[in-house]
Write a protein that binds this ligand. Sequence first.
Ligand code: SAM
Length: 248
Amino acid sequence: MRFDVISIFPELIEGYFQAGILARGRERGLLALQVWNPRDFSLLPHRRVDDRPFGGGPGMLMQAPPLVAAIAAAREQNPGAPVAYLSPQGRPLRQADCERFSKRSGMILLAGRYEGVDERIMAAVDEEWSLGDYVLAGGELAALVLMEATARLLPGVLGHAASAQEDSFAAENLLDCPHYTRPESWQGAVVPAVLLSGDHARIARWRRGQALLRTRARRPDLWAQRVLTAEDVRCLQEAESEDEFGRV
Ligand code: SAM
């Protein structure tokens, strides 16, 4: 998958790609990245890309010409890739969206700065995505979040392909169950006995029950949409009848 990112801070994007799964995906040839700096497309002195808003008001706006020229250059290298503007006014980004993105061959991501962008660039934008109902200083973090959440779903990027399938929001919109590792007992807290039992069917039921309990307790919005299967009801009843260490 190829990502083209348009940003006046290329070093923020390239720096994050130096480690972790994004670096690994790139090394393995599963991911490609090119960052385009709108300043390189500015025709103004000092590579300027911003100006004051018409009608007055605080702050500066990114100008349309260098942004649209950067988008056109990226489109030439990444034909067919949709152009996504990261914006607090976009659709809230969900795991299911990242799953769809992971089937694409590429995306072009536009990171705004200052008070945002001249509205006329929207003719060159196909979709708008938001990280959530808060305002960042720039779209770079949002672009990185979208790329990391998408890249970890590409086959071969994660060390264990199955781990992404068991994460929160994967497939079923459930939160993940609690996990434990060594030591078995630590500061008086012990690992649930069921996880040490070697009984894989029981462990699977315990994990599902815990995932259901957590989703019900923490995410009533997801819970309200859930249609429980007979197996869900059984796992939930078992989980409700046990203490947090899996004891009945
Ligand atoms: N005036 C804009 C508004 O209220 O909609 C906010 C501009 S913000 C200070 C600057 C840039 O940060 C935006 O152009 C966008 O690219 C990015 N940004 C800020 N919050 C974001 C969010 N929640 N999700 C995605 N991008 C965001």
